[in-house]
Design a protein around this ligand. Structure first.
Ligand SMILES: [Ca+2]
Ligand SMILES: [Ca+2]
Ligand SMILES: [Ca+2]
Ligand SMILES: [Ca+2]
Length: 202
């Protein structure tokens, strides 16, 4: 793994995190984001789903590295006007043509899911799920198998439970429970019935 690239990815993701899951999906915010990225090249077209796709090549190498997908609909206030809603944002952090960050926005312009390729190998490593802008779940993907190896559950942004499928049979066999962010007990399923047989208090 290339350390510089990893650092770059971390920095990028940190920046995105700082923007927050409440990042606005309005055109105004989009223009502002683009200003910050210093977009040199830009194109706009429609895809097969009828979405408006904006492609920005911020590095000027001819490969678009920021893609924004908008859905258009009639403005309920004035149906003669068309309104656009940002539904998806994709970022290619290292310019190799593979997307490394993919954000899906809900109707209220808050992030619903975010897929991250943290090590920039083109495969998704982490999927974040949000509800009303708050992180509810984090899935860590085993790149080799493409399976969810670990799921971290959150309540009000605080970790409450970790689940793992350690023997990769699609059944959870390891649990950690947290109270106020502190590990209180962990359990294991040793006979494969999907229930914990051993519990350890912490
Ligand atoms: Ca580029
Ligand atoms: Ca990439
Ligand atoms: Ca990856
Ligand atoms: Ca299992």
């Amino acid at each position: 793994m290339n350390a510089t690239r990893t650092l770059f990815a971390s920095a990028l993701i940190t920046t995105l995190m700082a923007l927050g899951p409440v990042a606005c999906g309005s055109d105004e915010a989009a223009e502002r984001d683009m200003g910050e990225l210093g977009a040199a090249h830009f194109s706009r077209s429609k895809n097969e789903e009828g979405q408006v796709v904006e492609r920005y090549d911020s590095t000027g190498d001819g490969v678009a590295d920021v893609l924004k997908y908008f859905e258009e609909s009639a403005d309920p206030e004035d149906p003669s006007l068309t309104q656009r809603r940002l539904v998806k944002l994709e970022i290619d952090a290292n310019g190799d043509g593979n997307i490394n960050v993919r954000r899906i926005f809900d109707e209220s312009n808050t992030v619903r899911t975010e897929e991250l390729d943290v090590d920039l190998d083109g495969q998704v490593d982490v999927i974040l799920y949000f509800d009303g802008g708050k992180l509810t779940r984090k899935e860590l993907i085993d790149t080799e198998s493409g399976r969810v190896a670990t799921t971290r559950h959150y309540s009000e942004g605080t970790l409450i439970r970790v689940e793992k499928d350690e023997n990769a049979d699609d059944r959870i066999d390891y649990w950690e429970f947290y109270e106020e962010g502190v590990l209180t007990r962990l359990g294991r399923d040793t006979n494969g019935d999907g229930q914990a047989d051993t519990w350890q208090a912490r």
